[in-house]
Design a protein around this ligand. Structure first.
Ligand code: URA
Length: 181
């Protein structure tokens, strides 16, 4: 029988499948609607997310929120999660074994939430969800079919904070979501 989202969350809260459990302050399971049309998937919790136990609540999250507000999306429209549920020390890239240990939880979340659309935020999510050789500079904004869902990747909000010249392209990517939902 399929587990409920809250059973999945309870399991994740005590997960010790990789070494990130030794350094995390909180498990960052996900937040948002339980019947979302859109699921946003980032890379891994940062410092603020680790402290608060919620995804995308730091500077990158504030920028993401601006895009969501611009599109007129409401809380009930989307769910936000990450490839990893625990913060890698000093925000380093996830290790392959950490992704491997964690990805099943995300798969279960996607299955239960059954969004119409998945938007990968940044290269790490795109490589895991769309294709291992995904090139974000060349392929951002393109829509793919995966497992009965429409899937797209755009720049990670942190990358947009580092390089604001990409913000306009990201806005077009975000706007294209409205045609898919
Ligand atoms: N960056 C991510 O990829 N995820 C978060 O939750 C926060 C920052």
């Amino acid at each position: 029988m399929e587990k409920t989202l809250s059973a999945l969350r309870d399991e994740a809260m005590v997960c010790r499948a990789c070494r990130l459990c030794e350094t995390r302050k909180n498990v960052v399971f996900g937040r948002g609607s339980e019947h979302p049309r859109i699921m946003f998937i980032g890379e891994a919790p940062g410092e603020q997310e680790d402290l608060q136990g919620l995804p995308f609540v730091g500077a990158a999250g504030q920028l993401l929120q601006l895009y969501l507000d611009y599109l007129g999306l409401e809380d009930e429209d989307y769910y936000i999660a990450n490839i990893l549920k625990c913060r890698p020390p000093r925000n380093r890239d996830p290790l392959p074994e950490e992704e491997q240990a964690c990805i099943g939880k995300l798969r279960d979340q996607v299955k239960l939430l059954a969004p119409k659309v998945i938007v990968c935020l940044g290269r790490i999510a795109a490589c895991r969800i769309i294709s291992p050789d995904f090139r974000i500079t060349r392929e951002h904004g393109k829509w793919f079919d995966r497992g009965g869902m429409r899937v797209m990747a755009t720049f990670h909000p942190s990358a947009l904070l580092r390089d604001p010249t990409k913000k306009e392209a990201a806005l077009l990517d975000f706007k294209s979501i409205l045609n898919e939902i």
